[in-house]
Design a binder for this molecule. Sequence first.
Ligand code: PHE
Length: 339
Amino acid sequence: MRQKLEEIRERAAKELEAATDLAAIEELRVKFLGKKGELTAILKQMGGVAPEERPKLGQLANEARGYIEQIIADKNEELQKAALANKLVEEKIDVTAPSKRRKLGSKHPLTIVLDEIKDIFIGMGFDIAQGPEVEWDYYNFEALNIPENHPARDTQDTFYITEKMLLRTQTSPVQIRVMENKKPPIRIIAPGRVYRADTVDATHSPLFHQIEGLVIDKGVTMADLKGTLELFVKSLYGEDSQIRLRPHHFPFTEPSCEIDVACFRCHGAGCPLCKGEGWIEILGAGMVHPKVLENGGVDPNVYSGFAFGMGLERVVMRRFNIDDIRLFYDNDLRFLEQF
Ligand code: PHE
């Protein structure tokens, strides 16, 4: 029996040594130590052993069990370590490898310049106002002193939705909406999309952007208009820029003017950029017409104000030397990535 125990120990050690996976080890555990295993089978033969031999043999059998259990535990650990090491190699991440480049979006050129313009006016105490792009004829024309059959309506080829509803042709309707909702003093700019049924070419688009301005308070004069817009132009185009006011006509301002900036390239001498004029028109403005104040619910005997409106696209085109307005709306990444 001693021999048998010895033989089992050796065989178990050998076979476990050869085992290469956890399932094989479990199989061997059952084979040697299980209820029907070889060691158990031997212990069952204890009955046939002389009583004085039994304690000794029992001890040997326990040692054999302990020994085999130990090998199994060692082997298990060894295999688990190997599996882990293997996994670490297989799943290794090279943190120094170059990563995939993730493209970051950038601001649209119209947004870049609009943000700048907003900052300038916010710095002067203006708020940002908004109005709907689908507008009533009333706000876009009627309340702005452009009655039905007024020739000014023809100059703004309007997209009508119904007889009374349209796509706004200018941001000026926001003037009325602001006056309706807020008591003076009022100091706002209202940037947004406007629509005109123009034929598309390098300088015309049926959708473009305007920035409206409106200031109403007691005692506001043309001098405030000039001072404000001069400061604006100097902030946008540089301290040495010059402006001039040219008489003009808008139905909703009286008096009205257009404001030109001295050409950035020739400074007034005349060149291709300013088409020989020496000056570049950048906005329309004027003192808010008393009828328009009234339409907005503001008493023209108490308050006065000025308003202005400018196109954003042309400012941006000059800033970045863009020669075709359509580039703004094509969403061509080769264009957009340059900003
Ligand atoms: N709404 C005018 C336009 O589209 C611009 C303007 C706004 C002029 C406010 C005067 C005052 O041409």
